[in-house]
Write a protein that binds this ligand. Structure first.
Ligand code: HEM
Ligand SMILES: *[C@@H]1O[C@H](CO)[C@@H](O)[C@H](O)[C@H]1NC(C)=O
Ligand SMILES: *[C@@H]1O[C@H](CO)[C@@H](O)[C@H](O)[C@H]1NC(C)=O
Length: 322
C-alpha cells in the first residue's frame, strides 16, 4: 500500500513539474539549455524572408517533406555523398525543395549562440516553418521540441511517401491517413499552398488536360506561362497571393482556380466533406489560422526521434563524424 502511495505521489510530482514522458516533445525543451535558440532562428527567418519572401514557403515545405519521410528527423537535410544516398534527389525534392543554405546559416548561428551543439536540425525545421507562417501573416502556435536527428535517410521512402500532385482525393486521404492525419488535417495543411510557387512541369497536365474542373481564363493565363513542352522551370504562384498567409488558396479552389490537380481535388463542387471544409476556410480566415497551427503540431509529431535515439547533428548536411 505504501509503495503504491509513493508511486502515486511520484507520478503526481512528475506531472506537477510537467516533465514530458519519454518519447514526447515539449514546447520548453530548449528553455534551460539554450534560451537564445528560438529567438535566433526567428531573427534569421525574418531577415531571409525580408530579402526573399518566397523563402517562407520553402521553409514550410521543407518541414512537411521531412516529416512525411520516416518522421520529422531532419533526414531531408542530409547531402548525398559518394557513400550515402540522401533524399534531396528524390523525385518530389529534386530541383524543387529549397532553403538548405539558410538552414545551414541558422544551424551555425544557433550553435554559436548556444555555445555548443544542442539544437537539432529537425527542430530547426519545425521552428523555421512556424516563424515563416507568422512572418507572412498566419497566427502563432507553440512548436513542440526535442526531436533528434536521423543518421539515415531514404530516397525510396521520399519517392513513395511524399504525395504526388497527380493524386486524386481518395489517394490524398490515404496518404495523410498513413501518417496519422485525417481529412480535416489534409484540407487545413494543404492551406500551406497559400504560400509559394510551383513549376510548369508539375502543373502542365492540369492546365491542358483537367478541362472539366478548371476555370477557363485561369487555364489560358497559365498556358501562356507554361507551353505544352519546354519552359519546365517556369513558376506560377500556388494561389493569388503567394507571399501572404491568407485564405486566397481556398477562395481559388471554390472558383476552380487551384494550380495543382491535388489542390483542386479538395473542392469538386459535389458537397463532400472536403468541399465543405474548403468553403468554410475560404470565407473564414480566423478558422483557418486557428486550425492550421494545431495541424502543424500534429504533423510535427510524426515519429520523432527522442531520448537516446538519433543524434544532434553538428552540421545539418552530414551525420556526425562524417
Ligand atoms: C496534400 C498533398 C500535397 C501535395 C500533392 C503537394 C505538392 C506540391 C507541389 C507539387 C509543389 C510544387 C513543387 C514544384 O513545382 O517544384 C508544392 C509546393 C509547396 N508545398 Fe505542397 N503538397 C502537398 C501538401 C503540402 C503540405 C501539407 C504543406 C505544408 C504544410 C505544403 C507546402 C508547400 C509549400 C509552402 C509549397 C511552395 C514551396 C516554394 O515555393 O518553395 N504542401 N507542393
Ligand atoms: C536531379 O536533377 C538533376 C538536374 O535536373 C538531374 O541531372 C538528376 O538526374 C536528377 N536526379 C535524380 C536522382 O533524378
Ligand atoms: C494530356 O493527357 C494525355 C493523355 O494522358 C497525355 O499524353 C498528354 O501528354 C497530356 N498533355 C499535357 C500537356 O500534359
Amino acid at each position: 500500500m505504501a509503495a503504491i502511495q509513493m508511486l502515486f505521489t511520484y507520478f503526481t510530482m512528475i506531472s506537477a513539474f510537467a516533465i514530458p514522458a519519454f518519447g514526447e516533445l515539449s514546447p520548453d525543451f530548449y528553455d534551460e539549455v539554450c534560451p537564445k535558440a528560438l529567438p535566433t532562428i526567428k531573427l534569421l527567418v525574418e531577415q531571409a524572408i525580408a530579402l526573399e519572401p518566397r523563402m517562407g514557403a520553402s521553409l514550410v515545405r521543407l518541414h512537411f517533406h521531412d516529416c512525411f519521410v520516416n518522421g520529422c528527423d531532419g533526414s531531408i537535410l542530409l547531402d548525398d555523398t559518394p557513400t550515402f544516398t540522401g533524399e534531396k534527389m528524390a523525385g518530389p525534392n529534386n530541383n524543387s525543395v529549397r532553403g538548405f543554405d539558410l538552414i545551414d546559416q541558422i544551424k551555425a548561428a544557433v550553435n554559436e549562440e548556444c555555445q555548443g551543439n544542442v539544437v537539432s536540425c529537425a527542430d530547426i525545421l519545425a521552428v523555421a516553418a512556424r516563424d515563416s507562417v507568422v512572418v507572412l501573416g498566419g497566427s502563432c502556435y507553440n512548436v513542440l521540441l526535442g526531436r533528434r536527428d536521423a543518421t539515415t535517410a531514404s530516397r525510396d521512402a521520399a519517392n513513395t511517401n511524399i504525395p504526388s500532385p497527380s493524386l486524386d482525393l481518395p489517394d490524398l486521404i490515404a496518404s495523410f491517413e498513413s501518417h496519422g492525419l485525417g481529412v480535416e488535417d489534409l484540407v487545413v495543411l494543404s492551406g500551406a499552398h497559400t504560400l509559394g510557387f510551383s513549376r510548369c512541369v508539375v502543373f502542365r497536365n492540369r492546365i491542358y488536360n483537367d478541362t472539366a474542373c478548371i476555370d477557363g481564363d485561369f487555364a489560358a493565363d497559365l498556358q501562356a506561362v507554361c507551353p505544352v513542352s519546354g519552359e519546365d522551370s517556369n513558376l506560377a504562384p500556388l494561389d493569388e497571393s503567394p507571399v501572404s498567409f491568407d485564405t486566397a488558396y481556398y477562395q481559388d479552389l471554390v472558383e476552380s482556380r487551384g494550380l495543382l490537380h491535388s489542390d483542386q481535388q479538395l473542392f469538386k463542387g459535389d458537397g463532400s466533406l472536403t468541399d465543405e471544409l474548403v468553403r468554410k476556410y475560404s470565407d473564414n480566415p480566423d478558422a483557418f489560422w486557428a486550425d492550421f497551427g494545431p495541424a502543424m503540431i500534429k504533423m510535427g509529431n510524426i515519429s520523432p526521434l527522442t531520448g537516446c535515439d538519433g543524434e544532434i547533428r553538428e552540421h545539418c548536411r552530414f551525420v556526425n563524424g562524417y
